[in-house]
Design a protein around this ligand. Structure first.
Ligand code: ADP
Length: 488
């Protein structure tokens, strides 16, 4: 099968969040399964060009409509993590240091969506599947059917993946936005098309992605059902209910080459489930790095963006709660919000002389690897979590997850006491209530087990290492979806 991904991000060249990892992880696995996959992304000025191999121009004058004129763009080809990727210039829209965060983001990504389709049309790329991601490329299915169908290009099927419902691409100047790329807003600003369900003066690009695609996926089965309610759906829930027959959840995977304790070069002592005792050497390494006391205590860790979604109050509570329960606490994280950073800096300073806690405020890839390998318990108290990758990484490194039962966390972590899977097939501890008491109920059980039943604790950790959360299964699910819509 020939699949083209049109996406605002691809890891590691242009990455903001998990979306970038999904695009590359899924593409690589599909290629391994024998499919042909191309990725199309904007050619941002501020990309990690060192992560692109063999970048060269392949198309010189791609004319793209822009209001009353046509602009000439260029297309470059290169490999990102082994995946053939096309980079489309966008003039002043791509000459930016960051991927998002500009006042004209809507224009930037709608223009890119049109440019990507125009490139495929002109170069006669005729994929069976066009797969687009989040609000930035949500207009692709509508554009494809309405602008290119009449030109004889109508045999592709479109998949739209929702990675998060936080940003949906709301726009109150639809005439201008859609008019820019030659689309008549009147055709779309309608209740059954792209009109936002709450703000009727706006169009909602994600709503367009849902209505016009052949299949809508989101990044875990639980999140797929959660977004059909108002809290997680954030205004898209009614639309998702209307189209429920073509909505499904596919859990993300993690890259099993990057995240492999048996070969990871970022940790000093490699290990597997068979050589599990070796893991503890990394615990000493972690303590050394973070100046923690060498004591007979479990290390509870958190690696996260410090944002509201991640349950900031519960994270703060967990620091003190862990110390009270006789554990050591490690946090690696940073926030885009200076107030949140200041709050965590205050706690860090307060704990300056504490031998059992260390907060590392910033982004540090190597330290993250050592934390996964060197700690005993990994905490994720998210308020909501479309999929979540850190719980899968923790499992892979034999670190027992303690998570709130939401979204992808609920689909991947099974409580050894309550899930009905028992010790044989459980892999962590979970809690429901998003508050201190809820968190303590699970964290207390994990720390208690570490102290009182070390063999049981090790069994849980080793169970976790045997779960397969690679891209293998999810890529098969996507293949089934592609086949299903192709046959219709
Ligand atoms: P989200 O995409 O919502 O941030 P995920 O769990 O899907 O959360 O993915 C987070 C990824 O980012 C993981 O690979 C995690 O290790 C990494 N990460 C998050 N914060 C940091 C940090 N401060 N330093 C290093 N890696 C981090």
């Amino acid at each position: 099968m020939y699949i083209v991904m049109i996406t605002p991000e691809i890891a590691p060249a242009a990455k903001v969040g998990g979306l970038a990892d999904v695009v590359v992880g899924l593409s690589r696995q599909l290629i391994e399964m024998g499919h042909a996959v191309d990725v199309i992304v904007p050619m941002y000025k501020g990309m990690r060009y060192d992560q692109i191999e063999d970048l060269h121009e392949v198309y010189g004058e791609l004319w793209v409509p822009h209001f009353n004129e046509w602009r000439a763009e260029k297309v470059f080809e290169g490999k990102v993590a082994g995946v053939k990727t096309y980079f489309v210039t966008g003039g002043n829209y791509t000459e930016r240091d960051n991927i998002y965060g500009y006042d004209d983001d809507l224009f930037r990504f709608v223009y890119f969506s049109r440019a990507a389709l125009e490139f495929m049309f002109k170069t006669e790329k005729r994929p069976e599947i066009i797969h687009c991601h989040d609000w930035g490329t949500a207009l692709v299915p509508a554009m494809y059917y309405d602008l290119y169908g009449g030109l004889g290009w109508n045999d592709a099927r479109a998949v739209f993946t929702i990675h998060n419902t936080e940003s949906q691409g709301l726009c109150w100047y639809a005439d201008k936005l859609l008019g820019m790329v030659g689309m008549n807003a009147k055709n779309y600003h309608q209740a059954d098309k792209m009109r936002d369900d709450a703000k009727h003066n706006c169009i909602n690009l994600m709503r367009g992605g849902i209505v016009y695609s052949n299949f809508v996926t989101t990044v875990s089965p639980t999140f797929a059902s959660e977004i059909r309610g108002p809290e997680s759906g954030r205004g898209l829930h009614n639309c998702l209910n209307v189209y429920s027959a073509k909505v499904g959840g596919v859990i993300n995977g993690i890259d099993y080459e990057v995240w492999n304790p048996a070969t990871d070069k970022k940790i000093a002592h490699n290990y597997s489930a068979e050589t599990f005792v070796e893991k503890y050497k990394n615990k000493y390494g972690l303590r050394e790095w973070l100046h923690l006391a060498d004591a007979w205590k479990p290390i509870v860790s958190v690696v996260t963006r410090l944002t509201h979604q991640k349950g900031l109050d519960m994270i703060k509570h967990a620091i003190y709660s862990t110390l009270e329960k006789g554990g050591q606490f490690v946090l690696l994280g940073e926030s885009p919000d200076p107030k949140v950073n200041a709050d965590f800096w205050r706690i860090k300073n307060e704990l300056e002389n504490c031998p059992d806690a260390h907060l590392w405020l910033g982004y540090h890839e190597d330290l993250a690897h050592l934390i996964y390998a060197g700690s005993d318990i990994f905490l994720i108290p998210s308020l909501y979590e479309p999929c979540g990758l850190t719980q899968m990484i923790a499992l892979r490194y034999g670190t027992v997850p303690v998570v709130r039962e939401t979204g992808g966390l609920a689909d991947t972590i099974f409580d050894v006491d309550h899930s009905g899977r028992g010790l044989a097939n459980g892999n962590g501890y979970t809690f429901k209530d998003a508050n201190a008491a809820g968190l303590d109920s699970a964290l207390g059980r994990a720390i208690g087990c570490w102290y009182d039943y070390p063999d049981t604790f090790n069994k849980i950790a080793e169970n976790g290492m045997r779960f397969d959360y690679s891209w293998k299964n999810p890529a098969h699910d996507y293949q089934n979806i592609y086949n299903f819509i192709k046959a219709k």
